[in-house]
Write a protein that binds this ligand. Structure first.
Ligand SMILES: C[S@@+](CC[C@H](N)C(=O)[O-])C[C@H]1O[C@@H](n2cnc3c(N)ncnc32)[C@H](O)[C@@H]1O
Length: 291
């Protein structure tokens, strides 16, 4: 285990939580709560089962559990990374929900034994993680984790656009850098129009419809982040994003490494001076799985 990488991930996920809180689309959130209320009454007021995939530190879990004070939830957070899962578990166990039950499972959502282990949910949640997986492979596993006709809430899924400000002196170089970065995401998930990757937001909607599901609501949930010294969490977030660019573009033959280093130096300097701005386009989705 690389301790530094692990702690950087936890600092990033903490920072991301505050940014997501502002980014998530409020109309889709309100519709989700209305749908859960309806589902709760139709079920004869039973506890609703929720499964969150790649739940990270549990920020969305806490937001949803707090918002559902009149709808009792049996909430299971599935997380692949053992240390992240342990942090989420300690956090969620520290909350004293009288109406909800909460558990954390350290597992891979692609594990075929998972549906037997945790059962099928009334609502499946997956935030900011579907761009990491080949959707052709992941969606059938996700469908197995849901009851027929269950709800699917997938907020803050990356959808193809990244922009830094102020303008970079050589805009062509930055354009090429961003294009290579998006390509590296596609290579990770598989270069195929249905795999998702850098277009996961759109592809997810199309693939859900193709599987016989229905899209109830969709909207944007962009991240707009500035390196304002008064917002230290923004700085943590931007530090991670720049490190992630470095990690994704180092040792590639399709982007000059000296250009990468010049770009990173300038963007890190702008971050330190409080001038760096980042816009990332994400989509929120609320859907219904096939009945
Ligand atoms: C970008 S983070 C987002 C975390 C959280 N959903 C949030 O929005 O803060 C992606 C998370 O998905 C987890 N993850 C990635 N692949 C996974 C898989 N196959 N099964 C379960 N979790 C996975 C990662 O460990 C990481 O915690």
């Amino acid at each position: 285990v690389n301790e530094n990488v692990d702690s950087e991930m936890i600092v990033y996920l903490n920072a991301k939580e505050r940014i997501d809180l502002r980014a998530r689309n409020p109309q889709i959130w309100a519709r989700l709560l209305r749908e859960l209320k309806a589902c709760h009454s139709e079920s004869g007021q039973r506890k609703l089962k929720v499964t969150e995939l790649g739940g990270g530190l549990g920020g969305l879990a806490c937001a949803l559990l707090d918002a559902c004070d009149e709808i009792p939830l049996d909430y299971t957070l599935v997380e692949l990374d053992a240390r992240v899962a342990a942090t989420a578990q300690a956090r969620l166990e520290g909350q004293s929900y009288s109406q909800h039950t909460v558990s954390v499972v350290n597992d891979d959502l692609l594990n075929p034994g998972l549906p037997d282990q945790i059962g099928q949910a009334d609502l499946v949640v997956a935030q900011s993680m579907l761009d990491l997986l080949d959707l052709r492979v992941a969606l059938p596993h996700i469908v197995e984790l849901a009851k027929p006709g269950a709800l699917f809430y997938a907020p803050v899924t990356f959808n193809g656009f990244t922009e830094f400000r102020p303008p970079y002196a050589d805009s062509q170089v930055e354009y090429q850098l961003l294009t290579t970065y998006h390509r590296s995401m596609d290579e990770h998930t598989g270069i195929h129009p249905d795999a998702g990757g850098s277009r996961a937001g759109w592809v997810l909607q199309r693939n859900i419809r193709r599987q016989g599901g229905a899209v109830l609501e969709t909207g944007s949930s962009d991240w707009l982040v500035t390196s304002d010294p008064a917002e230290p969490t923004h700085r943590d977030f931007l530090t991670h994003i720049l490190n992630f660019f470095e990690h994704s573009l180092s040792n590639r033959t399709d982007f000059p490494q000296y250009q990468l280093n010049l770009w990173l130096d300038q963007r890190r300097q702008e971050m330190d001076n409080g001038h760096l701005m980042l816009h990332i386009h994400n989509l929120d989705l609320l859907a219904e799985f096939p009945s």
